[in-house]
Ligand binder design. Sequence first.
Ligand code: GDP
Length: 198
Amino acid sequence: MSTLLKVILLGDGGVGKSSLMNRFVTNKFDSHLFHTIGVEFLNKELEVDGQHVTLQIWDTAGQERFRSLRTPFYRGSDCCLLTFSLDDGQSFSNLDNWKKEFTYYADVKDPDNFPFVVLGNKLDAPERQVSGEDVRQWCHKNGGQPYFETSAKDATNVALAFEEAVRRILALDDRADHLIHNNTVDLEKKTHPDSSCC
Ligand code: GDP
């Protein structure tokens, strides 16, 4: 049986969200992709650490004018891929806004414990504007989110990043199972007539 997991790509227009989704799902790079209007999604089945999952990947239009079209789709996301372009410093500065927009519309109560993954795309581009150290500091301040430098063009780290998204989600699920299990045990202890003896 396959678990369905919803992940959503957010970030400024032009950072490479559609290209990353396409690279991961079809293993192709097309430099003439049509612009996303609102949202689109593709499914991909994969196995991570022995677990079979179907990843439903939602790609969104980053332009301000598409805000009202994209935000209704944030709810129910299991992971958010916050994406910027390594050759565009402004797209990195805007990560805070993307995180805020997501947590507001997805109604995330505890953003530091939500599975975000940060992607710095266009690693292959010659004019790098964002240092890895600056991104790692941002991730540290924002709950220790994992960070990947990717290239949709030459496929560097793309599969790894999506697999990490799955791992983050499954790790949270494990924690939830663990808490439920522990609470059940506690409850049994509290209500068991002999609980004081052992
Ligand atoms: P989106 O608006 O965030 O979905 O961005 P797109 O996927 O439409 O990509 C915007 C532009 O950046 C297109 O011209 C892509 O061909 C180009 N692009 C996307 N990913 C990469 C990459 O990893 N490296 C390079 N050099 N260009 C990329």
